[in-house]
Design a binder for this molecule. Structure first.
Ligand SMILES: Cc1ncc(COP(=O)(O)O)c(C=O)c1O
Length: 409
């Protein structure tokens, strides 16, 4: 059974935020790329943690043991979500950015003059800033060029990766343009020179089933709040690798994976609710076991989101003055995120006008500052971005299209 309009309407009942309205009209949440709304089971899982085991890990008493068990079960569930075999390959942090800074901090103890890190022009600053900072240690940073749709230039990539490269840090999907890059060349070239590959899968994870066995990264990061979960960052590390890294940690802390990069007391109640988010998504699929159900559900939700986003893409292109940035919908895979500029009024004024009508939309560069700069849009307020999530309907998209048509000149 596909994920259809009827299933979407059923899913909407699970998301309490969708009942909010402004001036009598329901809010329209098209801000998923900046964070999705959260269904009841995720809220309930967090409440349950506060009610039942609000303590710390490592104690010889029941609430601590219950918390430990819930945390480990969450690592197992997240491992299934990314396609990893070992729960110990999953670490948690405040958010993706903080985890990347922790890694760059560790690598700064390993690398200096003569070492190189390759980043991309497409990436969110979270996968650029922490690496650019290594220049203070003498590390050379090289940037992979992109075309205007956000695809990596393969020749440029070949020219930037060499025997001095220690790390290739790239994203799997662009939060600004919706572009999904094939990372097989980055993996092949980095492998050839013995460099690690780190993947920012924050924008990819909500839309396409991750498979670390196929993608084969050394590090992969995502954020649960982009896939109906809490504000928590997730790090997958290739089994065995984390234990060799000189991470920042206390001498009192467990030094083995997955704990080696987890400092202090984590946000346990939030973390354990990630499992509920993953199980919620999987609940829309069929198959034997969680992984099969997840892959099935995500494939069906992808088709549903893709159709709505393609509908928007096709119709918004016809609005006088509107220009679309990023690949069209013949590109597969692609994320259901579409960015435009409106020739009529400024980006800020446009989203203010739309916001007053109940549309939750972001504008600007969304921290993907470099690509917006390269597209020549920094001076004009950047992009107006909408992203489709599993709870969006065709009538919401049509309402947005009509509102964009009405934008004052
Ligand atoms: C593609 C991408 N990478 C990284 C991040 C940063 O994630 P976090 O907020 O968890 O640090 C974001 C957040 O918007 C993102 O969209």
């Amino acid at each position: 059974m596909p994920y259809s309009d009827a299933q979407c309407l059923r899913a909407r009942e699970d998301f309490p935020a969708l009942s909010r309205s402004l001036d009598g009209k329901p809010l329209v949440f098209l801000d998923g790329p900046a964070g999705t709304q959260v269904p009841d089971p995720v809220i309930e899982a967090q409440n349950h943690a506060y009610r039942m085991f609000n303590t710390n890990t490592g104690g010889e008493f029941i609430t601590s043991r219950d918390l430990e068990e819930a945390m480990w079960r969450t690592r197992e569930t997240v491992a299934t979500f990314v396609g990893a075999s070992e729960p110990a390959s999953i670490s948690f942090g405040a958010n993706m950015t903080t985890l990347v800074f922790s890694l760059s901090d560790a690598f700064s103890r390993l690398w200096g003059e003569g070492d190189e890190v390759v980043i991309s022009a497409l990436d969110h600053e979270a996968n650029r800033g922490p690496w650019l900072q290594l220049q203070d240690r003498g590390v050379t940073i090289r940037e992979i060029a992109i075309d205007r749709q956000g695809y990596f230039d393969p020749d440029d990539m070949r020219s930037k990766i060499n025997e001095r490269t220690r790390l290739v840090a790239v994203n799997a999907a662009s939060n600004a343009l919706g572009t999904v890059n094939d990372l097989s060349l980055a993996r092949e070239l980095s492998r050839e020179v013995g460099a690690w590959m780190l993947v920012d899968a924050v924008h990819y994870a909500p839309h396409i089933a991750l498979d670390v066995q196929a993608m084969d990264p050394d590090f992969l990061l995502c954020s649960a709040y982009k896939f109906y979960g809490p504000h928590v960052g997730i790090l997958y590390t290739r089994p065995g690798l984390l234990n060799s890294l000189p991470t920042n940690r206390l001498c009192t802390q467990i030094s083995a994976a997955p704990y080696r990069i987890e400092t202090g007391t984590l946000n346990h109640a939030a973390i354990v609710s990630i499992a509920a988010a993953i199980e919620y998504i999987a609940g829309w699929g069929e198959g034997n076991g969680l992984r099969e159900q997840l892959v099935d559900a995500m494939g069906k939700i992808y088709d549903y989101e893709h159709e709505l986003a393609a509908h928007y893409y096709q119709h918004v292109a016809a609005v006088p003055g509107v220009k679309i940035w990023g690949p069209d919908f013949s590109a597969t895979p692609r994320s259901p995120t579409v960015s435009i500029t409106s020739g009529k009024i400024s980006t800020d004024d446009a989203v203010r006008d739309l916001g007053a009508q109940g549309f939750c939309l972001w504008q600007g560069h969304f921290y993907a500052q470099r690509v917006v700069e390269l597209l020549g849009l920094s001076e004009n307020g950047g992009l107006i971005r909408m992203g489709v999530s599993m709870y969006n309907t065709r009538s919401e998209i049509d309402r947005l299209l009509a509102a964009i048509e009405r934008l004052p000149a």
